[in-house]
Structure formats: C-alpha cells, structure tokens
Design a protein around this ligand. Structure first.
Ligand SMILES: NC(=O)C1=CN([C@@H]2O[C@H](COP(=O)(O)OP(=O)(O)OC[C@H]3O[C@@H](n4cnc5c(N)ncnc54)[C@H](O)[C@@H]3O)[C@@H](O)[C@H]2O)C=CC1
Ligand SMILES: CC(C)CC(=O)C(=O)O
Ligand SMILES: [Mg+2]
Length: 367
C-alpha cells in the first residue's frame, strides 16, 4: 500500500498565495495526526503573473511534474488585466484540464451549518448534491480558434462548441457511477442531464448519448432539465437535485450558482478528475477585489484538499488518507457549527486567519 504521495502545488495568482500556505499547513497537521499518509509538495509558479513576467503561463516543468506526481493542488489563476493578444485572459488551468484529460469537473454543493445562507428553508440549509461539469470540451474547447469574420456592419465573432461522443460517454459513465454510489450511500441517486437540447443540435446530440448511457444503467434514476429551467430550480428547489451533469460552460456558470447557495465562492471546492490523474482546486478565482486584505476564505481550498486525500486514498487503497479527508471535512463543519464564523462574502469579518485558526483548533480536538 502506498503511503507517500508527491503533490504538485500551483498557488497561481491573487488570493491563491493566501489560501495555499494555510491549506498546506492543514494538510501537514492532518497527516501527522492520522499517520500512514505523507505528502511531499513541489511548488511551481504558473498563471497570469508568471505569463506577464516570463511569457509562459504554465511552464513545461510544472506540467510534467503534474503528470508525474500523484495529484495536483491548484489554488486559482488569472488576472483580468493580463490577456493574450486576442483578448482572452491567461487561464492555464484550462490547458491543464485539457492536456491531462481531466474530463469530470466534480463540484459538490454541500452547505455548512451556522451560516446565514441566502435560502432560508430547512431543506435549502441542508443541501448535499454534486454538479459534474465536463472540463475538456464544450464551448471552451475551441477558444483558440476564435475568429472574427466579415467587415463593418457585417462583422461577427464566432466561438464553436465541441461535444464529442467519447467526451459524452466517459462523462455520463462517470455520472451514473457516482449516482449509483450515492444511491448506495442513501442519497437519491438521481442523475440529471442539463442541456439546451431544445435549441442547439450539439446539445440534442449530447442528450441522445446521455439517454444511451442511461439505458445501460437502468438501476440509476435519471432525468433531463434545460439549463434555463435548471437555473430557476437551483434557486427555487435545489434539494431536488442529486447528481447534475452538464457541458463545460453551463457547469462553470451553474457551479457559481451552487457556490452562492453555500454562502459564496470561498465555500465551494472542486476536483477535476480523469482516468488516472486529478487536479484539486477551489471553484473560486483570484478575487482581485480582496487581494492582500486577509479576507480570503480558505474553506474551499481546505475542502478541495480533503477531496484530494479521499481520491488518493481510494485509488491507492490507503485508509489513512480517507480518514485524513474525513477529519478535514469534520473540522471544517465543526468550525462553522460554532456559529462564530461569518466570512466576508456573507457580510462578516472572518478572513483567512480567523477561519483557518478555528479549523486547526477543531482538528486538534479530533486527535
Ligand atoms: N479556477 C480559477 O482559477 C478561476 C479563475 N478565475 C479568474 O479569477 C479572476 C477574478 O475572477 P472573478 O470573476 O472576480 O471571480 P472570483 O471567484 O475571483 O471572485 C468573485 C467574487 O467572489 C469573491 N471571492 C472569491 N473567492 C473568495 C474567497 N476564497 N474568499 C472570499 N471571497 C472570495 C471575490 O472577492 C469576488 O467578489 C479572473 O481573472 C478570472 O478569470 C475565475 C474563476 C475561477
Ligand atoms: C478560467 C475559468 C474558466 C475558470 C473557472 O471559472 C472555473 O474553473 O470555474
Ligand atoms: Mg468558474
């Protein structure tokens, strides 16, 4: 059984440099407490600022290390002021997902106790569902082929969506397997395909493949919801969902909505998972409006690190890593259950220091 894991660490840009150090501190603490699992970190500079300084956003050495290591922990990348000549922002996290073929963007929506959430009903305060965002194709896939055609009044800009059979089949296989696993754990086990198959042929194609995969998984319930209706239902009756599976950009948008249901971007973890490799990173960006102010909530990064430990533990049959993941989840939950934390995103004054200190203290209590 493997117990030592090499981890590629990419703090990225902006608040990535604030949430990464406390996350590594938490990981060290939990690994020491549990025993039987140790992480060796190698950190690399990558992102928008690195691009500005060197002309390279994702150094070859960092990419190679991500391929060779057991897992990658990434904070966030991008700066609105740093762009490619065609106007797109520098976003090497997208390249990482594509090059490592991390097709399943797993974005849990699980509320914490003790927070004044925007939806106040009891059901909405106890959400626990998962959004899976396809992460290697969709509307983002052809961004480098963006083109402007025509002239003057006839000028028009085009981006093209890619939905492939292979991309859909592996994504939906993953979603149904997760649905089955969740059903066995006592959840609804309902897989919902979110698309726009009423308007775009590419989404109708995607829906047909979803139905094919659904037919091969008759033990797992499924349904379809158009993306506009899904946005409404996520605000109106979010507890009805269990596993949502959708295209890259729709998932990008809806996962921020999911973060809103949890109390903000600082609460929303994620994992980009492929066949062999995975990258773990919060859903949030670099938060230029709060950089250097101590306001960054590290919770999303902590929970992403827990997802990493669970994935490593399951992959390598290491129960200590799974135990460490469970301890992080419990420490975070207990910290919020005290009712003393109110992150800036919810109008409070709990920042990086207050949140991490309380989570560390709760972790110590689990020893
Ligand atoms: N996965 C990634 O690396 C992502 C990168 N980005 C990039 O980040 C930059 C900023 O993008 P935005 O649209 O402003 O999204 P953002 O997620 O950085 O910020 C949106 C809002 O949430 C707040 N926020 C985000 N994370 C927070 C945290 N941990 N604690 C407290 N508040 C937090 C910010 O202060 C801001 O008000 C852009 O360059 C964008 O492209 C955006 C989203 C994800
Ligand atoms: C560059 C962006 C697509 C990143 C993002 O918004 C995300 O990962 O959710
Ligand atoms: Mg996003």
């Amino acid at each position: 059984m493997k117990s030592e894991f090499s981890i590629t660490v990419l703090p990225g840009d902006g608040i990535g440099h604030e949430v990464t150090p406390v996350c590594l501190e938490l990981l060290d603490k939990v690994c020491k407490q549990v025993g039987g699992v140790s992480l060796n970190y190698s950190s690399f500079a990558a992102g928008a600022v690195h691009y500005k300084e060197t002309g390279v956003s994702l150094p070859e050495e960092a990419l190679q290390h991500a391929f060779d290591s057991d897992a990658t922990l990434l904070a966030c990348m991008g700066m609105p002021s740093i762009r490619y000549p065609d106007g797109r922002e520098i976003a090497p996290q997208l390249e990482l997902r594509e090059k490592m073929d991390l097709f399943a963007g797993v974005r849990p929506v699980k509320t914490m106790p003790g927070l004044p959430l925007p939806l106040t009903s009891e059901k909405a305060q106890n959400l626990d569902f998962i959004l899976i965002r396809e992460s290697t194709e969709g509307l983002f896939a052809s961004r480098e082929k963006f083109k402007i055609e025509g002239e003057g009044a006839d000028e028009a800009a085009y981006d093209t969506q890619k939905i492939s059979r292979k991309g859909c089949e592996r994504l939906f296989d993953f979603a149904f397997e997760l649905g089955r696993q969740r059903r066995n754990e006592g959840y609804k086990g309902l897989v919902t395909c979110v698309d726009k198959a009423n308007v775009l042929g590419s989404f109708y194609y995607m829906r047909q493949i979803f139905d094919e995969v659904a037919a091969k998984n008759p033990d797992v319930d499924n349904n379809h919801v158009y993306v506009d209706a899904a946005a409404l239902q996520l605000v109106g009756r979010p507890w009805q969902f269990d596993v949502i599976v959708t295209e890259n950009m729709f998932g990008d948008i809806l996962s921020d909505l999911g973060a809103g249901l949890m109390g903000g971007m600082g609460m929303a973890p994620s994992a980009d998972i492929g066949i062999e490799k995975a990258v773990f990173q919060p859903c949030h960006g670099t938060a230029p409006d709060i950089i250097g102010q101590g306001k960054a909530n590290p919770t999303a990064m902590f929970l992403s690190a827990a997802m990493m430990l669970r994935w490593l533990g399951n992959k390598h049959d290491n129960s200590s890593a799974i135990e460490a993941a469970r301890k992080i989840d419990t420490a975070v939950e207990n910290a919020y259950a005290t009712g003393t934390l109110l992150p800036y995103e919810l109008g409070g004054t709990s920042g990086t220091e207050a949140i991490s200190s309380l989570v560390f203290a709760e972790l110590d209590k689990l020893a």
